[in-house]
Design a protein around this ligand. Structure first.
Ligand code: ZN
Length: 287
C-alpha cells in the first residue's frame, strides 16, 4: 500500500495456515508468505498489519477468543516481530473489516461525512468493529465491537464456545440458523437453500427460520444502536448478504431501538469483498 489515501495492491497471495499442525507452524507459514512477498517485490517491509480471529489482549499481549484455538494464550504479535524482524500491527478481523470499509470502502464512497461506523459480520460467526473518525476502537480488553457474544436469547441458543448460552452468534450465524431449521424440520439445508425455500413460499420451516432471523437481527443490533448510535452500519458476511436484512431486518431494528419508531441510519453493503480484512490490516500501520 503506497499510502492510505491512494492505496494500491502490489502483491497478492494466499497460503493455508494449516492450523492443525499447531502454533509454531502458523508462525512459520506467515514468515514463508512474508519472505515470498519481499523476494517477489524486492521490498524490505518495515511494518506489517495482520488481521486475526479473536483478539490480542492489550494488557497481557496474549491472544484470546480465537476459533483457531492453538493461537489462544500465545504471544503472537511478539513472536512474529521476533521472527520477521519488523513492527507488527494486529487487530481482530471484524475490526479490520470495519476499518477498511470506513476508510477505503462503501463508507468513504457513499457516506464520507460519517464519523461513527459499526461494521457487522454475520457469516459462520458473528463479529463487529467500531470505527470512529477513521480509527478502530478496540477497547480496554480488546473486545470493543464484539456484539456476537452479547446474550440474545438464553432460552433458544445452544452453548457457545465462549462459555455462555444464547449468544447473538448462536442465534444469527449461518450454522446456528441451519441448526434451527434442522431442529424444527428434521431435515438439513444450507443457508442458501433455506433462503431459496423461504422465497418460494412453500416451506413453512424456512419461513419460520427467516422470520426468526429478522426478529433477532433487530433485537440484537438495537443494543448496539442504543449505545453507539452509529452514522452508518455496514453489514458483511454470508447471512448479511440476505437482502431481506435491509428491508424487514431494518423494520425489526426500528421497532427495538429507543427512538420512537424513526430510524434514519443508513445500512450499507460492503464494497471490498473478501479483501476487506486484509486492507484493514494494512491500514493499521497508518490509522
Ligand atoms: Zn459466545
Amino acid at each position: 500500500m503506497k499510502s492510505a489515501d491512494s492505496p494500491e495492491v502490489l502483491f497478492r497471495d494466499r497460503l493455508p495456515t494449516e492450523s492443525h499442525l499447531g502454533y509454531t507452524h502458523i508462525v512459520k507459514q506467515i514468515k514463508t508468505l512474508v519472505d515470498k512477498m519481499e523476494a517477489t517485490m524486492g521490498y524490505r517491509l518495515s511494518e506489517i498489519g495482520i488481521a486475526t480471529p479473536g483478539i490480542r489482549d492489550p494488557r497481557s499481549g496474549l491472544m484470546r477468543n480465537c476459533n483457531t484455538t492453538c493461537l489462544n494464550r500465545m504471544p503472537l504479535k511478539q513472536d512474529l516481530e521476533k521472527v520477521l524482524a519488523v513492527k507488527v500491527h494486529m487487530a481482530n478481523d471484524a475490526n479490520c473489516f470495519a476499518l477498511a470499509e470506513a476508510n477505503m470502502g462503501i463508507v468513504k464512497e457513499k457516506f464520507p461525512g460519517a464519523r461513527t461506523v459499526f461494521g457487522v459480520i454475520m457469516g459462520t460467526g458473528v463479529g463487529g468493529g467500531v470505527v470512529v473518525d477513521g480509527k478502530v476502537i478496540s477497547g480496554f480488553h480488546g473486545i470493543g465491537g464484539e456484539w456476537g457474544h452479547n446474550i440474545l436469547d438464553a432460552s433458544c441458543g445452544t452453548k457457545c464456545y465462549c462459555g455462555k448460552t444464547g449468544c447473538v452468534e448462536k442465534v444469527l450465524a449461518g450454522p446456528a440458523l441451519q441448526d434451527y431449521y434442522t431442529s424444527i424440520s428434521g431435515t438439513k439445508k444450507t443457508m442458501a437453500e433455506i433462503y431459496e425455500s423461504f422465497k418460494s413460499g412453500n416451506d413453512e420451516f424456512a419461513t419460520k427460520t427467516i422470520e426468526r432471523l429478522i426478529h433477532f437481527f433487530g433485537l440484537a443490533l438495537s443494543v448496539v444502536v442504543n449505545i453507539l448510535d452509529p452514522d452508518v452500519i455496514v453489514i458483511g458476511g454470508g447471512v448479511g448478504n440476505i437482502d431481506l436484512i435491509y428491508s424487514e431486518g431494518r423494520k425489526s431494528l426500528q421497532r427495538f431501538i429507543f427512538n420512537d419508531g424513526d430510524f434514519g441510519t443508513p445500512m450499507a453493503k460492503p464494497k471490498l469483498g473478501d479483501s476487506a480484512g486484509v486492507f484493514g490490516a494494512a491500514l493499521l500501520s497508518v490509522k
